[in-house]
Design a protein around this ligand. Structure first.
Ligand code: SAM
Length: 195
C-alpha cells in the first residue's frame, strides 16, 4: 500500500552548519526528531521501503519553511545513523545530495501535492478515531501527518480540518513521532500481506 509520512517540526532549524552535526538534539531545534522519523518511515524489514514518500516540514529559524523530501522508490542507499542523515541534510542544503531534496515550501504546498496525487490524508493525534476502527483499503494511498515533540499548532490543526484530514488515534497516550510512524508502517504491512 502506497503511503506518505509528513512530519511538521515547529522548531527544526532551516540553516545547516557543520558544527551542528554532532549536537543534533541541543543545537538544531530537535532535528534529531525529524531524522528519526525519516529512518522510521523509509526503513522496512527488507531494506528501503519503496512504497513510502517522506516529507519533513521545518519551521525553525532562520529561514522557514523548508521541506525535506525523500522517495523510497528513488533511493539506492539509506543512511541508518542519525549522524549520517544529518550529514546528508547538510550536503543537500548545499545542493550536492541526490537522495534527499530540500525545497522552499510549507505544509499547505506539501498537502496540495499529496492530495493532487490522490493520497487520503490522515492526521495522527491522540484524541482521534481509534485506528482499529479505520478501514484501510489496499487500493488506496494514505498520507499520515505527525507532529513534533510538542505536537501540531492550533493553526495547523485548523488547516487540516479545512482539508478534511481524518483524525486517527493510536491510543490515548502520546508516543514519539517516529514510534507512531513505525506502528503505522507495521499495520499497513499486515494489511498488505494478509491473505
Ligand atoms: C510526542 S507526540 C506530541 C506531543 C504531545 N501531543 C504532547 O502532549 O506533548 C508527537 C506526535 O506523534 C503523534 N502521536 C503521538 N501519540 C499519538 C497517539 N497516541 N495517537 C496518534 N498520534 C500520536 C501526534 O501527531 C503527535 O503530534
Amino acid at each position: 500500500m502506497k503511503r506518505a509520512f509528513v512530519i511538521k517540526s515547529n522548531t527544526a532549524i532551516t540553516e545547516f552548519k557543520r558544527e551542528y552535526l554532532y549536537s543534533l538534539a541541543s543545537l538544531t531545534g530537535r532535528l534529531d526528531v525529524v531524522i528519526r522519523a525519516l529512518i522510521a518511515a523509509l526503513l522496512g524489514p527488507k531494506g528501503i521501503r519503496e512504497e513510502v514518500i517522506f516529507y519533513a516540514i521545518l519551521e525553525g529559524p532562520p529561514n522557514p519553511p523548508l521541506t525535506l523530501m525523500a522517495k523510497g522508490s528513488e533511493l539506492k542507499y539509506l543512511p541508518l545513523s542519525e549522524e549520517e542523515v544529518a550529514k546528508a541534510i547538510y550536503t543537500t542544503s548545499g545542493g550536492s545530495n541526490t537522495w534527499l531534496k530540500v525545497e522552499k515550501k510549507g505544509l499547505k504546498e506539501v498537502m496540495g501535492e499529496v492530495i493532487s496525487s490522490g493520497y487520503k490524508v490522515i492526521y495522527l493525534v491522540e484524541d482521534g478515531v481509534d485506528i482499529g476502527r479505520y478501514e484501510f483499503r489496499e487500493e488506496e494511498s494514505y498520507c499520515f501527518i505527525v507532529g513534533d515533540q510538542k505536537g501540531l499548532s492550533k493553526e495547523d490543526e485548523e488547516f487540516l480540518e479545512e482539508i478534511r484530514a481524518v483524525r486517527v488515534s493510536l491510543g490515548p497516550l502520546p508516543y514519539l513521532s517516529s514510534h507512531c510512524i513505525i506502528y503505522v508502517n507495521t499495520l499497513l504491512d499486515r494489511i498488505d500481506t494478509s491473505p
